[in-house]
Design a protein around this ligand. Structure first.
Ligand code: CA
Length: 241
């Protein structure tokens, strides 16, 4: 996660605003502030922060209105609402207005920082998520969950597509067997790490030109597997075809 992420703190109470600012700056974030709803909107549009901490009770425009307006403008900046009361209706109003998360005052700064980290991580992963992967004549569409070799459908079950997707997300970096098990198999079943190896072997047999000498899905000894695209797509072999 980028520690230089910019957070807009929208809070009309001076002490609270400064406490949040100091805390976030102490964690390496860059902080912008606004003390009312109108200024908040202006800051969002002009300064494009990475995340917004938005108090609900604000002068000029309240937090719900600000959040609604941000979303109406199709601005996807993540918003954490800071509500004074913990009533369900406040929470629902906040989420209805397009907030991604909410915290009830008083909250601990530790909790706030954890929520910010989680939200930024989620946004980062979404924006990095590959939609498709092409390996020579094999094409995998992660959105439609389908694969083709040339123009022929290639049968890849959901687990194999999910594994490829994880490899593509971590392009060039290893994905551990445990991580595959957590994400693809979940906690409900009890497969062993051998299960991962078996599925990788099946996947290689389907997509690798020479499964015994994998070109793309490389074994990282003692760790797991990684996707290596360094031999594609501009390799001489490809240009000849
Ligand atoms: Ca307030």
């Amino acid at each position: 996660m980028n520690p230089m992420s910019r957070v807009l703190v929208v809070e009309d109470e001076f002490t609270m605003r400064n406490t949040l600012k100091d805390c976030l700056e102490g964690e390496g974030y860059r902080v912008l502030t606004a003390a009312d709803g109108e200024t908040a909107l202006k800051r969002v549009l002009e300064d494009k922060p990475d995340l917004i901490l938005l108090d609900v009770m604000l002068p000029k425009l309240d937090g719900y209105t600000v959040c609604n307006e941000i979303r109406r403008l199709a601005n996807p900046t993540p918003v954490i609402m800071l509500t004074a009361k913990g009533q369900v209706s406040d929470r629902v109003d906040g989420l209805d207005a397009g907030a991604d998360d909410y915290l009830v005052k008083p909250f601990s700064l530790e909790e706030l920082l954890a929520r910010i980290r989680a939200l930024l991580r989620r946004i980062h992963q979404q924006s990095n998520a590959p939609r498709a992967l092409s390996l020579d004549d094999v094409h995998v569409d992660f959105i439609r969950q389908q694969a083709w070799r040339l123009d022929q459908p290639l049968h890849l079950p959901p687990k194999e597509i999910a594994m490829l997707r994880m490899l593509a997300e971590s392009l060039g970096h290893p994905v551990s067997r445990d991580r595959f098990l957590d994400v693809v198999w979940g906690y409900a079943t009890f497969p062993t790490t051998r299960t991962v190896d078996t599925h990788v072997a099946t996947l290689r047999a389907k997509i690798e030109p020479d499964p015994d000498n994998p070109r793309w899905i490389k074994t990282v000894h003692g760790v797991g597997y990684k996707l290596d695209l360094s031999s594609t797509p501009s390799s001489p072999r490809r240009e000849e075809s």
